[in-house]
Design a protein around this ligand. Structure first.
Ligand SMILES: Nc1ncnc2c1ncn2[C@@H]1O[C@H](COP(=O)(O)OP(=O)(O)OP(=O)(O)O)[C@@H](O)[C@H]1O
Length: 311
């Protein structure tokens, strides 16, 4: 087997809270190969963002660690670009300047000014935003701003693209356009992507592998599902593809049968009365794990996680 590109080994995470330590993650092991598209899915509050933040170098695991291309990850770095749900653009800078900020940080010493200008425009063109280069974030739509956020991340030529619900705040049509754009760009650049999503269809459509996390506290990897669908993928033709339906049902089964009970991880009893279970009664797309609610930061507060689906 080839050497893995990104590896999380025995990652556990405990947060200090006024009520004492809260163990969010327990022994996460994950090997990701170069160019792989991996989605993290799990109920709200299970620890997906914590995993992503550890890979981003924004959080230090209390046990275990993350290694990228043989180097231990301890701090943030431009080789691991993060795309957040709400783009996080600088409101006082234009679209062009927002991308320029990242490009200057990474390529100041290796590119001439002219090369940097071409590179910024190239990345804006990738996401179809070059026409709005002189606009400020307040003058463009949420979907456009999210495109700029993706261009900014790609412009750093990252080895790994980390995406925390990148399309969560967008309407269905814009989301579909951006998903298609991301699939194309990722194929062209062979970038490694780790994406958090609450959307089962998005996970199946985009991923090479779906990593399903158990409920917290002490969340870990419950199951992994390799999505062996040929690329390029077309959402319309896939909707009736038996393989696609099978993958989608496997994720639903994990979320709504095996991980139905918060706080019990894999030991949760099997659902005796199926709800949104993985059979012919499964809801039509899009299916989402319900939008996250504010999470307890206390070991003593065990709020039930949302298990409803949205049609
Ligand atoms: N700084 C912190 N201090 C204490 N507890 C924390 C902290 N950060 C996260 N947690 C807790 O760790 C658990 C995992 O949080 P995390 O944000 O990683 O979950 P998530 O799966 O990304 O949630 P969501 O899907 O709702 O965004 C939650 O119970 C959360 O309350």
């Amino acid at each position: 087997m080839s050497k893995s590109h990104l590896e999380l080994t025995g990652v556990s995470m405990s947060f200090d809270t006024p009520q004492g330590p809260f163990q969010a993650l327990d022994t996460i092991n994950l090997k990701i190969r170069k160019g792989e598209f991996v989605s993290l899915i799990g109920h709200s509050g299970c620890g997906k963002s914590t995993v992503l933040n550890i890979v981003a170098g924004l959080l230090q695991a209390t046990k275990g660690g993350c290694v990228l291309d043989g180097h231990e990850v301890n701090t943030p770095g431009p080789e691991r670009a993060v795309v957040f749900q709400n783009h996080a653009l600088m409101p006082w800078l234009t679209v062009y300047e927002n991308v320029e900020l990242a490009v200057r940080q990474v390529f100041r010493k290796t590119m001439t000014k002219r090369e940097r200008t071409d590179w910024i425009l190239h990345n804006l063109e990738l996401v179809n935003m070059a026409h709005a280069r002189d606009k400020r974030p307040g003058e463009i739509s949420g979907g456009m701003a999210q495109r700029v956020g993706i261009a900014r991340a790609l412009s750093m030529r990252p080895s790994v693209l980390l995406m925390d619900e990148p399309f969560g705040a967008l309407d269905a049509l814009t989301r579909a356009h951006l998903q298609d754009a991301l699939m194309e760009i990722q194929q062209d650049l062979n970038s490694t992507v780790i994406m958090i999503t609450h959307d089962v269809d998005e996970a199946v459509l985009l991923s090479d592998r779906i990593v399903m996390m158990t409920n917290g506290p002490a969340a870990t990897v419950g199951e992994e599902l390799t999505i062996d669908l040929p690329r390029p993928r077309n959402r319309v033709t896939l909707a009736d593809d038996p393989e696609y339906v099978h993958y989608r049902q496997a994720v639903l089964r994990f979320l709504y049968e095996k991980q139905r009970f918060p706080g019990k991880g894999d030991k949760a009893p099997q659902a005796s009365t199926p709800t949104e279970e993985a059979d012919s009664t499964a809801p039509e797309s899009p299916v989402e794990v319900k939008a996250p609610e504010p999470q307890p930061t206390s070991a003593k507060t065990k709020k039930p996680v949302a298990t409803a689906v949205q049609n």
